[in-house]
Design a protein around this ligand. Structure first.
Ligand code: PLP
Ligand code: COI
Length: 352
């Protein structure tokens, strides 16, 4: 397939002040369309609006999925993608779950590289910043019947970002959610489809009202086993061992999660993917055996959890501070990403 490149003649306004997360978008975007049974019309074009009819299927039935992955520019001027191919493969898995036709990963990866090089001077270089890539796919048939659309759009936009949470690396507070559920096995929780996020908003808003940053989800049946957090997977350090919920079909198989499990193994720190009973975690917090809790995600990186609330009791973790294992994971991961540490697992793709 040919890739057309249409360069902008009206560069966008550059960010001033703190970047925050996902507020600014670069000059160009990648788009391709699916019609008559194949992907085509691939182009890099100026960042712009879509023109969609009110009948467009994504507005009604949410047939859409997305990804989040990052590019880094280091002091030497290298531009480095972290495991982006894994994100594109995961997007194809998500697409398949909601009947969106898969795309050619090599072709899109190549287009992403060209897009980043075109907007290279938007990549921030201050510590803790990066270029966040947001690939997404959506059904775009103008029809109200509930069926898989016959037309789709795939696009990739780029956003220079800082920390995901407003308070940067400061520990977050989580509310253990027992009323609402995010996902059940057999549903779409382990894919990155947009409906998962809409379904999570109300619990998140209610938690925010009483002073918590996000919710910690429990399983849909027993409301007892920890699943994940709004935008990250979760790890607990109990009695010197790192525990994280196993992938049993309702949580996102995070790429940062997978990387952290590998890095823990590399460092000889015991780690187990298992069922994590929230009552056991609360008890471990009571008797001093729970020494750290942290989340992992592309946007969140490694995010320490300073406290969590289960029913009417709040448990403070590690005095509300980031613990040594979270710090080690943060330092190791971010240094591999920018090239200050070797990349023994071949996670980084240099594009410049
Ligand atoms: N869980 C959810 C629900 C997410 O949205 C994310 C973010 O992508 C994660 C976990 C972490 O996944 P990853 O490390 O692949 O970014
Ligand atoms: C990510 O970490 O990339 C995410 O997609 C999380 C969130 C912004 C939805």
């Amino acid at each position: 397939m040919e890739l057309k490149i249409i360069k902008t003649t009206e560069p966008r306004k550059r960010p001033t002040g703190p970047l925050g997360f996902g507020k600014y978008f670069t000059d160009h975007m990648f788009v391709m369309e699916y019609e008559n049974g194949e992907w085509g019309n691939a182009r890099i074009q100026p960042y712009q609006n879509f023109s969609l009819q009110p009948a467009c299927s994504v507005f009604h039935y949410g047939q859409a999925c997305f990804e989040g992955t990052k590019a880094y520019k280091n002091k030497q001027g290298e531009i480095r993608l972290f495991r982006t191919v894994d994100n594109l493969n995961r997007m194809n898995d998500s697409a398949d779950r909601i009947c969106i036709p898969k795309f050619d990963v090599d072709f899109v990866l190549d287009a992403i590289k060209k897009l980043i090089l075109l907007d290279e001077d938007w990549i921030p270089t201050e510590p803790g910043t990066s270029l966040y890539l947001r690939p997404a796919m959506m059904g775009c048939e103008d029809a109200l019947g509930v069926h898989a659309a016959k037309k789709y759009i795939l696009f990739v936009i780029l956003s220079p970002v800082g920390a995901y949470y407003a308070n940067g690396l400061a520990p977050v507070k989580l509310y253990v959610e027992e009323k609402y559920v995010r996902a059940a096995r057999g549903g779409t929780g382990h894919h990155k489809v947009v409906g998962n996020y809409a379904a999570s908003l109300k619990a998140g808003e209610e938690a925010k009202k009483i002073g918590y940053d996000q919710v910690m989800w429990l399983d849909a049946i027993k409301h007892r086993y920890v699943e994940e957090v709004g935008a990250m997977n979760i790890f607990f350090v109990v009695d010197g061992k790192v525990l994280t919920p196993a992938l049993l079909g309702s949580i996102l198989p995070g790429i940062t999660r997978r990387s952290v499990i590998q890095l823990l193994k590399d460092k000889g720190i015991p780690v187990e993917e298992t069922e994590v009973d929230i009552e056991m975690i609360a008890q471990a917090a009571e008797n001093g055996k729970l020494t750290e809790v942290f989340g992992t995600g592309t946007a969140a990186v490694i995010s320490p959890v300073g406290a969590f609330r289960l029913r009417d009791k709040e448990y403070v973790v590690n005095g509300g501070e980031m613990g040594p294992i979270a710090k080690l994971m943060y330092d190791t991961l971010t240094k591999i990403q920018v090239g200050e540490l070797p990349d023994p697992h071949g996670w980084v793709t240099r594009i410049k």
